[in-house]
Design a protein around this ligand. Structure first.
Ligand SMILES: [Zn+2]
Length: 112
């Protein structure tokens, strides 16, 4: 049994799922959903960069946080295209219901 691995990212299963998400979103030229939600000027992702190679590169982001719904971690329907920087800035605490709020502290950095 490898029960200790169940809650960790980076396992084989996640590697498979994130690759599937990358191929799916690259084919659709999907923009960063976080940038879209925030109304960013340029939500496009440069898929030629590959997976998670820099701030503007693609990362698979969980639309519904896995923290709240661990059963959705490997559900492609729950995975959205995001920039590496947006995904990491968002972290685990923000949910979609918070993205619409104008005064979240994590948004203030964007406004300068
Ligand atoms: Zn973004």
């Amino acid at each position: 049994m490898t029960g200790r691995d169940r809650t960790r990212r980076g396992g084989t299963r996640w590697n498979v799922v994130k690759r599937q998400a990358f191929e799916r979103d690259r084919a659709a030229n999907a923009p960063c959903w976080i940038c879209v939600a925030e109304g960013a000027e340029d939500p496009t992702i440069d898929y030629s960069l590959g997976y998670s190679t820099g701030p503007r590169a693609y990362e698979a982001d969980h639309y519904v946080p896995v923290h709240d719904h661990p059963e959705l971690e490997y559900d492609l329907a729950n995975i959205r295209a995001a920039h590496q920087s947006c995904n990491r800035r968002r972290g685990k605490r923000a949910s979609i219901s918070q993205l619409g709020s104008p005064s979240r502290d994590w948004r203030r950095g964007l406004r300068g």
